[in-house]
Design a binder for this molecule. Structure first.
Ligand code: GAL
Length: 840
């Protein structure tokens, strides 16, 4: 085998140099201008990102299985350095960080792996994946031609590669890994840094290739990626992209399925029609590898969210939702797309497209192989109107902003704007509320640990090393009894400038105000009147980091915490500068110091209960126990009556919550047609950016689960409830002549020689039944799943059909044909069926 690998590597280089396509033995991965080849076979590869620490090992098999059923060939993940090496030289590969286990599960499912070792990840992950200790290596400068950085990067990259080799996980060893990635989107950084940036790219490329993995490396968003590394595209659209050498395949490593949520921001979503359109457009232009970023976004458990201000949910509007359930219709619509693309694969991998205009905004891309395979993509780029085009003596009707796929150059199997898959509306149903809470109030800056005193202000991360979000800055302010404001004047104004990210101001133990930044500008200024008394006053500033930055030029040098100036104005003397007086520092909270979140630590203080439980109290700890609810639906905590803090279940953090930060933005209607960007389609405006917090089932025992909440600001724990996530209703929205795979098979095999009607397939979750019909109309109904409305044309038997076919069933199938609805309600009008069925 060893020889084989070496040989393959040799061939691999030859392939690259000659730009020709050669297969090499039994196990090999190579590439040419058309595609990645596995064992000598060019492949159209559909990949999806699932980041292993963003779910639990118990969820992995199901996620991978659903990815496979969804038509994926490859699972892509970053490797999360800071999770694997929390302290220099101390490695961790267990639990959610069991990388080998994750890869082996992908292998068992029969899928490939694209391993993005980075080790820089970005990914809205804390510090972009870098361990915080790395920042404190003497002389270090991240992601540039810097000796200490390169040494650390090489050490970790080598460690991962060797681990993969030892476990025989590379394809050349019989494993699933067919591709790797070094660095991440370094192109823009290199541009900024100039020569040292370029030198670093060259070094990183050589370092990676020299590791001899036997599989190709990619560099994404890096136009000058050195040979043999393939430069790839990331974005909402990548059809315009070409690799930097004619002998490299056109690859799209991040096709963004949605976008991330930040605290304070609305929740972005991307219509499935536009996502499918962008993918079909990429394929029709000769693309052969697509990775959905994310396929399952998951959860930023603990303090893994980056940003700052990245929310705990990393749902991403991905085809599998945060909880691992199918997001419909996106999952199903992409599955149908993938099947359509795979039907075209023989033509796609062996021919270059010929492009023919079919109208002002319409084009045909045709792939014809020597062996006779033919596949065509008919595109209508017009955002506003349908196009009737003729192609090969036949007529085709193309919806706005859509591409039809014809795997035989004749019959349409799929159109990106015609969704055959069902939609589902989800609901969060309370399963237990009315927890009986106990509370413990900590006082401002009250623990004995980590105390030190010095003149002036300190940078926060330098102090906390990111072991906690919190750093206390405390100082004394002497107020002379002769101060004018003490005799009915205006309170003096305390002004605090902070590099971020959030700040609570306590005056003599009382919360006096709060300020915070946002993702675009984490800096903040607190400026407000404070109630001081004659004598010595204690000012305690609780500075809070909300995730470390994960992207930007030298983000490792960005500061957090109260760097000043800090001043008090409105005194007799005018303004008093507090910046350069004596400050005392405490790292973390008292409750953290005592591990109140854990079973053992939670007994170390006196908790109160019943009527004594505090409400609207800052710095409050709450605890309760609960039993695991029956069933296997995913669970979450509804934290809507709380403000900001963290939650632990049985000692494990499910992440930061910040319900008090409401989403600002414009959540208007969103049409799938037209260029998409992350600001186009938004939801949750005016509400909490994140309401629900995923509680993994596997973290629960059957009984007596410890739930601990730390509330910084003030909230009402009695409003917290445990909810389960389930399907509320399912919808179909299908046009009368919409193409389907089954019909295409009948037509292309010559069994049927006429247009065929589609069918609506509807199914509730297993264990559920269709209990009522919320809406049904065959005609010209309007609206979307959740708010369909009848139009001017409506078949009277629309409801009856679903009564008969669907009621009481778990799933049902109904042909979309006028006869079944009692005849054509409006001849010569294009009709569709819209239906919503309640599941319970
Ligand atoms: C990309 C980056 C990813 C992720 C994404 C946004 O530029 O490579 O890691 O951060 O943006 O979700």
């Amino acid at each position: 085998m060893g020889l084989n690998i070496a040989m393959c590597k040799g061939y691999f280089l030859v392939v690259v140099l000659l730009g020709s396509w050669i297969s090499c033995g039994e196990a090999s991965v190579s590439y040419d201008s058309k595609a990645i080849s596995v064992n000598g076979q060019r492949k159209i590869l559909i990949s999806g990102s699932i980041h292993y620490p963003r779910s639990t090992p118990e969820m992995w098999p199901d996620l991978i299985q659903k990815a496979k059923e969804g038509g994926l060939d490859v699972i892509q993940t970053y490797v999360f350095w800071n999770g694997h090496e929390p302290e220099p030289g101390k490695y961790y590969f267990e639990g959610r960080y069991d990388l080998v286990k994750f890869i082996k599960l992908v292998q068992q499912a029969g899928l490939y792996v694209h391993l993005r070792i980075g080790p820089y990840a970005c990914a809205e992950w804390n510090f972009g994946g870098f361990p915080v200790w790395l920042k404190y290596v003497p002389g270090i400068s991240f992601r540039t031609n810097n000796r200490p950085f390169k040494a650390a990067m090489q050490k970790f990259t080598t460690k991962i590669v060797n681990m993969m080799k030892a476990e025989k996980l590379y394809e050349t060893q019989g494993g699933p890994i067919i591709l790797s990635q070094i660095e991440n989107e370094y192109g823009p950084m290199e541009y900024e840094l100039g020569a040292p940036g370029r030198a670093y790219t060259e070094w990183a490329a050589k370092m990676a290739v020299d590791l001899g993995t036997g599989v190709p490396w990619v560099m994404c968003k890096q136009d000058d990626a050195p040979d043999p590394i393939i430069n790839t595209c990331n974005g909402f659209y990548c059809d315009y992209f070409s690799p930097n050498k004619a002998y490299k395949p056109k690859m799209w490593t991040e096709a963004w399925t949605g976008w991330f949520t930040e605290f304070g921001g609305p929740v972005p979503y991307r219509p499935a029609e536009d996502l499918a359109f962008s993918v079909a457009k990429f394929i029709q232009k000769g693309g052969s590898f697509i990775n959905y970023y994310m396929y399952h976004g998951g959860t930023n458990f603990g303090r893994t969210a980056g940003g700052p201000f990245i929310a705990t949910s990393y749902d991403y509007d991905a085809p599998l939702d945060e909880y691992g359930l199918l997001r419909e219709p996106k999952w199903g619509h992409l599955k149908d797309l993938q099947r359509a693309i795979k039907l075209c694969e023989p033509a796609l991998v062996s021919a270059d497209p010929t492009v023919t205009p079919l109208g002002n905004y319409q084009e045909a891309h045709v792939f014809k192989s020597k062996s006779g395979a033919c596949a065509a993509f008919l595109a209508n780029y017009n955002q506003h109107s349908f196009a009737k085009v003729s192609f090969g003596n036949l007529h085709y009707n193309l919806p706005p902003w859509s591409i039809s796929i014809l795997p035989d150059c004749k019959n349409t199997v799929y159109n990106t704007a015609r969704i055959g898959a069902q939609s589902a509306q989800m609901k969060m149903t309370p399963v237990s509320k009315g927890f009986s809470w106990q509370s413990y109030n900590e006082e401002a800056a009250s623990h004995d640990g980590n105390l030190f005193t010095m003149v002036g202000l300190v940078e926060q991360i330098n102090m906390t090393r990111d072991n906690t979000d919190y750093l206390w800055y405390t100082t004394d302010v002497k107020i002379d009894p002769s101060e004018g404001f003490l005799r009915g004047g205006k309170w003096p104004v305390l002004t605090v400038l902070s590099a971020g990210h959030a700040l609570h101001v306590f005056i003599n133990g009382q919360l006096s105000g709060t300020a915070y930044g946002n993702l675009e500008n984490p800096k903040l200024t607190f400026s407000d009147g404070v109630n001081l008394k004659a004598g010595v006053n204690k000012i305690a500033l609780l500075s809070i980091a909300v995730g470390l930055p994960n992207v930007g030029p030298h983000f490792e040098t960005w500061n957090a915490g109260v760097l000043g100036p800090v001043s008090l104005s409105g005194l007799n003397e005018g303004k008093r500068d507090l910046t350069w007086q004596k400050w005392s520092y405490k790292v973390g909270l008292k409750g953290e110091y005592l591990s109140l979140h854990s079973l053992s630590g939670s007994t170390s203080v006196e908790w109160v209960e019943g009527a004594y439980v505090s409400k609207r109290q800052p710095l409050a700890w709450y605890k309760t126990t609960f039993n695991a609810p029956d069933g296997n639906e995913p669970l979450a905590l509804d934290m809507n009556t709380m403000s900001k803090g963290q939650v632990w279940i049985n000692g494990q953090s499910i992440g930061r919550y910040w319900n008090q930060y409401k989403a600002s933005g414009n959540c208007g209607a969103c049409n799938y047609a037209g260029w998409f960007n992350e600001k186009k389609c938004l939801s949750n405006c005016g509400e909490a950016s994140q309401k629900w917090y995923h509680v993994p089932r596997s973290w629960l025992y059957p009984t007596g689960n410890l739930l601990v909440v730390f509330e910084e600001w003030g909230g009402n724990p009695y409003g917290i409830s445990l909810v389960k996530r389930e399907v509320a209703s399912v919808c179909a929205d299908i046009y009368e002549w919409q193409p389907t795979l089954v019909n295409w098979q009948l037509q292309s095999s010559g069994k049927v020689n006429k247009p065929l009607r589609p069918k609506a397939h509807l199914s509730c979750a297993s264990g559920q039944k269709i209990s009522s019909i919320k809406f049904a109309s065959f005609g010209n109904p309007e609206g979307a799943c959740g708010n369909f409305r009848q139009g001017s044309c409506h078949a009277f038997h629309s409801y009856d059909v679903f009564e008969r076919y669907c009621m009481g069933q778990q799933s049902c199938t109904v042909p979309v044909t006028p006869e079944i609805f009692g005849g054509d309600p409006c001849p010569n009008v294009m009709k569709k069926l819209s239906v919503e069925l309640i599941c319970s």
